[in-house]
Design a protein around this ligand. Sequence first.
Ligand code: AR6
Length: 177
Amino acid sequence: MCAGRPYRGGVPPRLRAALGDITAEATDAVVNAANAGLARGAGVCGAIFAAAGPGLAEACSAIGGCPTGGAVVTPGFALPARFIVHAVGPVWSGGEQDEPELLASAYRRSLEVAAEAGAQSIAFPAISTGIYRYPLVEATEVAVRTCRHDAPPGIQLIRFVCFDDATLAAYERELSG
Ligand code: AR6
């Protein structure tokens, strides 16, 4: 993958990083760092299920699941966001199990399904960097590169919502690079 690869649409999306709780984001879509069973988990997933309310678990069990590297959409239920994109990042196993490609695919598919649903703005957590143990700096590089180059034309704003200072610092470094 080439860092200088041009954006494939017309006007590139704005990319921003900020500290925050993704359940409070008022973007059109927020992304959940989901598991392949779309079950209620811990971390950002647990926070989203708690804030969205019981309709979310029903919607997820109706969908049934999502492969690693994929993403599916549900309504936002009680969240300020209209849509929740459930993206399944890889578990880090040392880097030889296609983790970078799978993580890039989770970001790319999230952007695609959000745009198909009509979202123009989307907020991401740092997918896979918590319970799934993906190294932060490497994950941030994949997230920023994929969002910078592969966002479909309808997406105008991408926010990286960071839960701690180390994550924000990693995104700020990558965004300024
Ligand atoms: N807002 C924004 N970011 C958050 C929030 C929040 N409310 N809460 C945590 N984070 P993780 P993963 C950050 O573990 O590594 C679940 O059980 C957190 O600090 O939530 O992809 C799922 O069901 C970290 O930077 O997701 C899966 O089984 C980032 O979100 C599994 O964990 C991702 O951490 C997914 O693991």
